[in-house]
Write a protein that binds this ligand. Structure first.
Ligand SMILES: [Zn+2]
Length: 107
């Protein structure tokens, strides 16, 4: 969810750092129907701060899906596992684009 408490200069920095792409699915904002959000990787409801290292540019689909979660269930083991973190993990270690240009999780 967009947070108006994030200074405009910081929003601009995060957007520029992400090259106008969602940091979760790599969709480009210029092709999106809805505006992208600056989201808190570690949600403010869980103590996350509006700092550069805790903010990510996100499309509405990823932002809505992630919401305030930081963990999910591993589809193979069923165990709780941390969600992808754009500042810690390498996107290409976890996802690929399929032939329909949809990002998919890879093993
Ligand atoms: Zn996305």
């Amino acid at each position: 969810m967009a947070d108006s408490r994030i200074p405009a200069a910081l929003r601009e920095h995060v957007t520029h750092r992400a090259k106008n792409c969602c940091e979760y699915c790599y969709s480009q904002s210029r092709f999106a129907v809805q505006p992208f959000s600056i989201e808190h990787i570690n949600p403010t409801s869980k103590g996350g701060l509006s700092t550069e290292d805790n903010l990510a540019l996100s499309c509405q689909g990823c932002n809505n899906h992630k919401y305030n979660k930081t963990q999910g269930s591993d589809p193979i083991s069923g165990q709780k596992t941390p969600l992808y973190h754009p500042r810690i993990h390498a996107w290409t270690d976890h996802f690929v684009w399929n032939e329909d240009y949809e990002p998919v999780w890879h093993k």
